[in-house]
Design a protein around this ligand. Sequence first.
Ligand code: NOJ
Length: 567
Amino acid sequence: MKNSITQDWWRKSTVYQVYPKSFKDTTGSGEGDIRGLIEKLDYLQDLGIDIIWLQPVYVSPQNDNGYDVADYCEINPEYGTMEDFDELAAEIRSRNMHLMLDIVVNHSSTEHAWFQASRQSKDNPYRDYYIWKDPAPDGGLPNNWQSKFGGPAWQYDEGTGQYFLTLFDKTQADLNWENPKVREEVVKLMTFWAEKGVSGFRMDVINLISKDQDFPNDDGSVLPGDGRRFYTDGPRVHEYVKEMHERVFGPYNLVTVGEMSSTTMENCILYSNPAEKEFSMTFNFHHLKVDYPKGQKWELMPYDFEQLKRLLSDWQIGMQQGGGWNALFFNNHDQPRALSRFTDDTKYRTESAKLIATTLHGLQGTPYVFQGEEIGMPNPYWNDISELRDIESKNMYQILQQNGKSADEALAIIRERSRDNSRTPMQWDDGPQAGFTSGTPWIKVDERYPSINVKQQMNDPESIYHHYKKLIALRKELQVLTDGRYIRLDEAHPQVYAYARVSEKETLVVMSNFSDREASLQLPDDFHTEYVEGGLSKLLIGNTKLEPALQAQTVLTPYASYMWIIR
Ligand code: NOJ
């Protein structure tokens, strides 16, 4: 089924990311399901969402919450049935919205039939679907690559006396993309979903699929020294992506976003410039590592505000010049809540959540809203490690202690960094379990739900929810949000991030005070003379009672954030 939609329609769209396990449960199982999402489609439509990115609902042992797929073309019974899925797809279409599925093909679950066959014997026809290596001459690991979830990236298989590669959990075996049969399988499974009428795919860690075939040891000369330089944006990755485009993305006119782990801008331009025929856009994570000392996720430091602004600006300018397209996001299911991480989630929670939104939604790219972000859900309170569920967090809790941290110190780090921060149940109302489930939720509901929930937010016209709704609508109305050239305006200001988007007809100015102290920003003289003076400026959206005019010098109260248009 080919989508009869114009090319590049997604440049004015906003995507909503659904983490199905925590979205809405209709059976009382304590886990969300597809029917729960169907129930909430009117809500997403009201918000103005165009595309729903549904995270993996395929058959899976759920060791990594569905990113360990055991059958790519069947629905996990915990989430519902294929009939439920078809109904979901039809309901989304009938609302003129689009469905984007998560495709996880860097690896599969070790429970996948391919892997089960692969591990049978060295000459099994599926052996070559995965990456098997002999032990090193001393009997040890084939090389020193590390898993992203901690520990070595190789698992030993007693039966056949070889190791298989697992860049993530030990039950997520990396597929061997060198094997044309694997690529054929991927085309087949993507075609299966495209035929069902989905509009697009989010491709999980897709820049890791091409490994350096020498599998060299990492000598540590380039940080972080864990082997990633030998498989990140690897030798044949663009060739593989082009093949998927030629065979599936292009023919079905799909919108695609590649998740790019530790990537470079040069590569992201290639991945997302339409002339290359690869993806529609890319996620990169550089701006979400500004609180990692020396790149170390599991050590704490206050975030580097200047670096955050620099990275956002560099990617705006670089991708624009290279004809690439950014997927814009501060939140997802792998990140702590930006509201808690970069701003104040207590006294200034509402201002902060709106500031995060305005700052992001003024940029060039396609914005993503992660469930709960639109109502200002902060990181939950974690009292004890037993409340956490994520495999990475649980691994790291052990590893941190093995490396000399006390249990309390390890918990303090996990509290800040755990992916579970964004995975607690969606807070729908102030009833039991925040209206998420009538049973016992698989992970706890944050205790602040009585005052932070969808019902309360929808009823308050000044809420974070309504702020998001307005920003999403603006993206469709204002061409400058799509095309405008990006100019940074804040000259390394210690509190304020300010930028403009400039087109021939109009100019947009965004200013955000990322601190709890008043700040004042002086616009650069040349910018003021050229774009502000003589034009008529109007405040489009802000987060304070004041409605300041745009001036050469603007005073911003704590966490104030504004967007003006000058015509
Ligand atoms: C990236 C996904 O976003 C994350 O949740 C997952 O654990 C890894 N890829 C492995 O699939």
